[in-house]
Ligand binder design. Structure first.
Ligand code: BES
Ligand code: MN
Ligand code: ZN
Length: 483
């Protein structure tokens, strides 16, 4: 989709020819002499609309306005949340109309965050999945003009917003794909395609190399499937080699059947989304290629299926991880931590300034936080604060969860250094405690996106989260300096 930032005051907006225009106005709206102002003043006076966010009024071919459809939507005080709400309501009014180009006009110049919220909300509302449709209907909206009274100071934020959209959409695309169209090999192909972009390098390791590295834990998960595993290494080098990189590790289980500890049938199809963490890493790299910031980033994706054949790993099997720690696999459905732990050990070689892993790790996190906030775990206060702030700024929220050592009690076993599951209580936290054992060499945070990476039900589909949070974290110079 093509976005354009354009200087448009209300009289300019009235003269803008388009199929549809959304006018976002706040409580501070002061009418001018133009046709849009007149119409809005009348509607306000009549009580058909007010500046509160969430309501929208559609006018068809209003007099003196060149837009065929004009949607008036209040944004209250203009916060990111209000802009999201307003555009949600406005886009609802335009549902069904097959529009190619729309204009979103701010009556008053927005804050950068609000402008970015507008870009991401419109992209979200118009995204359509097409990959495996025989007659794809596709997205009708191809062009979005964002009109603001003055563009001064908004260009950089706008560019970041459109790059974020391209990253979010790549993440959605790959997460949405069914598992037979997103095998570990195909996922590696997507990473290789990113490696063709300027500034990005991609290397893909297969079973032999992974065995040589001693990733016995990752290999144990992959051994129950006919699809060979892939270990994807992406690099974005925007700064000097001496500058320590941030490493992102994305869980890439392309389908999670649970293995021998098999999952129940209802909704098992949703386990095609179990590589959403990996997809978010791909999305971040897509955006980095566009934005070319002066930072170094490494992306690691352990990708495999968690399936069941005659060679599949069995409950009680003990494997040796790359770190040397032995692991008793009591539940083969707790496979995410088994692939992540070896990737975390691999991350040590980059001497990272920080490592953030992103994983649809536990159903328990869905119970704890629902679909609003991702679970964020870190023993490092600075890193945790930076991620929390990035989530707020990007409106891709997370919430810090505890990591007290007492939570690790249940991971003790008589037969290995550690077990891969504890009991049901605090399941998201015990999973994080397992991962923490592999992170002694660097500042580390873990994002459990099990509740936020996709929506179920009628609107079933990937959300592209937490691409926006991660980009905000990586691109915020304050956050970069803090470690
Ligand atoms: N991929 C799942 C987690 C998951 C479940 C995400 C439901 C989203 C919705 C993960 O591999 C898993 O199966 N976790 C188990 C862990 C348990 C066996 C300790 C879980 O959450 O049930
Ligand atoms: Mn599982
Ligand atoms: Zn899983």
């Amino acid at each position: 989709m093509n976005f354009e930032l354009k200087a448009l005051d209300l009289s300019g907006a009235a003269l803008e020819k388009c199929e549809a225009m959304v006018l976002l106005f706040g409580g501070d709206f002061k009418p001018g002499k133009d046709a849009v102002s007149t119409l809005l003043s009348h509607a306000l006076k009549a009580g058909d609309i007010d500046a509160k966010a969430g309501k929208a009024l559609l006018a068809y071919r209003p007099a003196g306005v060149l837009a065929s459809r004009l949607v008036l939507a209040g944004v209250g005080e203009g916060s990111t949340r209000e802009v999201r709400q307003a555009l949600g309501a406005a886009m609802g009014q335009l549902k069904g109309a097959k529009l190619k180009k729309i204009d979103i006009c701010f009556a008053a110049t927005p804050q950068t965050d609000a402008l970015r919220a507008a870009v991401s909300t419109v992209a979200d509302a118009t995204y359509v999945y097409t990959s495996t449709k025989s007659k794809p209907e596709g997205r009708t909206v191809q062009r979005v003009v964002i009109g603001v009274p003055a563009v001064t100071g908004l260009q950089a934020g706008f560019e970041r917003a459109t790059a974020t959209v391209s990253g979010v959409e790549l993440a959605k695309e790959w997460a949405n794909r069914p598992a037979n169209h997103a095998t570990p090999t195909l996922l590696a192909g997507a990473a290789r395609a990113l490696g063709k972009l300027a500034g990005i390098k991609c290397e893909v390791l297969g079973p032999t190399q992974v065995a040589k590295l001693g990733m016995g834990s990752f290999m144990a998960v992959a051994q129950g499937s006919e699809q060979p595993l892939r270990f994807i290494v992406l690099r974005y080098d925007g700064a000097a080699k001496t500058k320590a990189p941030t490493v992102l590790v994305g869980k890439g289980i392309t389908f999670d059947s649970g293995g021998i500890s098999i999952k129940p049938a209802p909704e098992m199809d949703e386990m095609k989304f179990d590589m959403s963490g990996a997809a978010s890493v791909l999305g971040v790299f897509r955006a980095l290629a566009d934005l070319k910031p002066a930072i170094n980033v490494v992306g690691l994706i352990p990708a495999c299926e968690n399936l069941i054949n005659g060679r599949a790993v069995k409950p009680g099997d003990v494997v040796t991880s790359m770190s040397g720690q032995t692991i008793e696999i009591l539940n083969t459905d707790a496979e995410g931590r088994l692939v992540l732990c070896d990737a975390l050990t691999y991350a040590e070689r980059f001497k990272p300034r920080a490592v953030v892993d992103i994983a649809t790790l536990t159903g328990a996190c869905v119970i704890a936080l629902g679909a609003v906030r991702s679970g964020m775990f870190s023993p490092n206060d600075e890193l945790a604060t930076a991620l929390l702030a990035a989530g707020d700024a990007a409106q891709d929220l997370c919430w810090r969860m505890p990591l007290d050592d007492e939570y690790a009690e249940g991971l003790k076993t008589n037969f290995a250094d550690v077990a891969n599951v504890a009991g049901r209580p605090g399941g998201a936290i015990t999973a994080a405690k397992f991962l923490q054992r592999f992170t002694s060499k660097f500042p580390w945070a873990h994002l459990d996106i099990a509740g936020t990476a996709w929506k179920g039900g009628a609107a079933k589909g990937a959300t592209g989260r937490p691409v926006a949070l991660l980009l905000e974290y990586l691109l915020n110079p304050a956050a970069q300096k803090s470690q």
